[in-house]
Design a protein around this ligand. Structure first.
Ligand code: NDP
Length: 278
């Protein structure tokens, strides 16, 4: 998939190819857990890893990259500016440099503001800092996460480059057609986090029924649902057999299950939801 940044004049710039499927590494807090999951994913054929400063494991992503022997340009690394660090222009530059050091890499493929800065006065200078990182080549693309439609719309007032991605929770229980459309209207792609609703809903009888009809696992149905919506999809697992299973979900055909999947929407938020904040 191709991502780009739309300027206020409607021009597309700083385009970059992004794999539409990747490994999420949130809640891998045991020492070595993230590194071994990344190594398993790279062995299985994953080409995209989604980390964040807040996950305290960027260094393990970097170690896995080095140890795997995979060429840097063959892996796409997304990381995020921690919300508590999103307070000003200089802060962004400093934290971007720290992430580069922790990841032990010359560039980050995609750098996201983890959530809208709580102080509204910080939103413009933080984004200006992100744009500086892009212009310097420290990062190949910039974006946001957990931005609601109103947060995205107000970026038109201060952004030179609109975001290339908005990473939000999307899964069969939280389908978000309006927020996905609002994301696309600023030229950004949707990245679906918590495609398994953090594992909370894998015993949903409707999901299990679909999986049984198709002869695949419930997790594979939920993951493929997000991918079929056109979302970059980043399920997390620390277990090698599930890492392999989750990638294989891309081969599942959900075309006869559209109605059953649409009916699963229930507005379930599995973790936090800053998209509804002011
Ligand atoms: P997911 O929806 O990916 O679910 C992960 C849970 O499901 C874990 O408990 C995992 O357990 C379990 N699981 C994974 N695969 C399977 C399977 N095949 N069968 C059964 N259970 C399975 O949750 P996340 O919240 O981690 O979301 C994915 C990624 O999205 C994160 O890791 C992070 O990168 C990103 N994210 C971003 C957020 C943001 O604010 N921007 C917020 C939340 C997530 P186990 O590991 O034991 O397999």
């Amino acid at each position: 998939m191709r991502i780009s940044h739309t300027t206020v004049d409607g021009e597309e710039t700083y385009t970059h190819d992004i794999p539409s499927f990747g490994l999420g590494v949130f809640l891998m807090s045991e020492p070595g857990e993230c590194k071994s999951a990344c190594l398993a994913a790279l062995r299985a054929g994953y080409t995209h890893i989604d980390t964040a400063r807040a996950y305290s494991n960027e260094h393990e992503v970097g170690e896995a990259l080095k140890e795997s022997g995979v060429n840097r340009e063959d892996v796409f690394i997304t990381t995020k500016l921690r919300r508590m660090h999103a307070v000003g222009f200089e802060d962004v530059l400093e934290h971007c440099q720290t992430s580069l050091e922790l990841l032990d890499t010359d560039y980050i493929d995609l750098y996201l503001v983890h959530a809208p800065p709580e102080d509204m006065d910080h939103r413009a200078p933080v984004w200006k800092g992100m744009e500086h990182c892009l212009e310097q080549g420290w990062v190949k693309a910039i974006g946001v996460s957990n931005y609601g439609a109103h947060h995205l719309e107000s970026m038109r007032e201060y952004a030179t480059y609109l975001p290339s991605v908005n990473q939000i929770e999307v899964n069969p229980w939280l389908q978000r057609p309006e927020l996905r459309a609002a994301t696309e209207s600023v030229g950004a792609k949707v990245m679906a986090y918590s495609p398994l609703a953090r594992g909370h809903k894998l015993d949903d009888p409707d999901l299990i029924e679909i999986a049984n009809r198709l002869g695949c696992s419930p997790a594979q149905v939920a993951i493929k649902f997000c991918h079929d919506l056109g979302c970059i999809t980043i399920p997390k697992s620390s277990r090698e057999e599930r890492i392999v299973e989750n990638l294989a979900s891309l081969g599942v055909d959900l075309s006869d299950e559209q109605e059953a999947l649409a009916a699963m929407e229930c507005g379930y938020i599995s973790g936090w939801d800053p998209t509804s904040e002011p």
